[in-house]
Design a protein around this ligand. Structure first.
Ligand SMILES: Nc1ncnc2c1ncn2[C@@H]1O[C@H](COP(=O)(O)OP(=O)(O)OP(=O)(O)O)[C@@H](O)[C@H]1O
Length: 313
């Protein structure tokens, strides 16, 4: 009865694990939310099929959390943590935003979990930012506020976004004409890559993101252009967040789209987007950027937080 359940609940998928003997996620399972009607149902399925009887739960959720209430942005599920606590007999429950959870993982990432983007050596000091394009765009910062690290989250994925170079003007204008507005998330997400593909290659047949990346890998020019612009804009956004938090500790990139385009993530293109920001080129040139190759930073962050729960044996 000593397991602590870890949960990373997105709009599309729910991922579960327990804290393993090494303090990292163990007994991992990913379930498609479409196959379940509620948070309690998907959780019951994981517990029934694994036979695990956890004494506590720590979860990261893709949506706003207000005290005890959790609401998933891209899935019509809302529920109370106290209901889960009662139904599953947990001694303690802790709910966080999914990017808050991911930010805590920065304390526990091993060298094998990361890959540098560019050649700036990682530094141990200073604020660190994590951001990730997936279904949406999440962002958070891990800051040492004097009494130990704290995570700052908000809706940073939804800040407005605009062109900064001549060759971006028409692309942004086409997307704005369709949507009436452009936010960072509307460009830097799976849907964003799809939008870039049609906005750059006028008249082309739309394609899902999962087809654009393989095409780009095979050298298809329209797909390659879309991915290259995505990487440039991701670098720009990462640089903006580095400025916002004065992130001398570095910017870490996660998210399903980033991991999938990793082989195409040209460091020079990314760093040029990151550093081209007068008058802060020099500051940004000293900030390391890193891709998180470990695929479950949300669960790893929940494991970090699980270590802070006070539980009876
Ligand atoms: N090969 C690919 N290349 C680029 N993007 C892809 C590829 N395959 C899937 N995607 C995009 O990845 C996004 C899903 O990302 P991710 O796996 O991080 O899910 P997520 O954001 O965690 O979702 P959720 O949290 O809602 O389960 C979708 O928008 C999808 O279109």
């Amino acid at each position: 009865m000593s397991d602590i359940l870890l949960a990373d609940i997105g709009g599309t998928n729910s991922r579960f694990a327990v804290v393993g003997p090494d303090g990292r996620p163990d007994r991992f399972e990913e379930l498609r939310n479409d196959n379940f009607g509620s948070m309690a149902e998907v959780l019951a399925h994981y517990l029934d099929t694994t036979g695990i009887k956890p004494q506590a739960m720590v979860g990261g959720f893709a949506g706003p959390i207000l005290n005890d209430s959790v609401k998933l942005t891209n899935r019509g599920w809302d529920f109370r943590m106290s209901e889960l606590k009662q139904r599953f007999g947990f001694q303690a429950v802790k709910a966080m935003n999914d990017f808050e959870a991911a930010a805590w993982s920065l304390l526990r990432l091993a060298p094998d979990d990361i890959q540098p983007i560019g050649s700036v050596s990682p530094k141990a000091e200073g604020a660190r930012v994590i951001l990730g394009p997936g279904t949406g765009l999440g962002a958070a910062a891990l800051i040492d506020a004097g009494g130990g690290p704290v995570v700052v989250t908000g809706e940073g994925g939804n800040i407005s976004f605009g062109p900064a170079h001549d060759d971006e003007e028409a692309i942004f204008a086409r997307i704005r004409q369709k949507l009436g507005f452009v936010s960072a998330e509307w460009m830097l997400s799976g849907r964003g890559l799809e939008r870039l593909y049609v906005a750059i290659n006028v008249g082309i047949e739309p394609k899902p993101a999962r087809e654009i990346t393989p095409l780009a890998k095979r050298g298809d020019e329209p797909a390659r252009k879309a991915v290259a612009m995505f990487v440039r804009l991701l670098g720009r956004y990462a640089g903006d967040l580095a400025l916002l938090f004065k992130a001398t500790g570095g910017v870490y990139i996660t998210g399903g789209v980033a991991r999938r385009i990793a082989p195409l993530l040209d460091a020079a293109t990314f760093r040029s987007g990151f550093e081209t920001h007068p008058p802060y080129e020099k500051f940004l040139a000293g900030v390391p950027t890193t891709l998180i190759t470990y695929d479950q930073p949300g669960l790893l962050g929940c494991a970090v937080v699980a270590g802070t729960l006070a539980l009876k044996n």
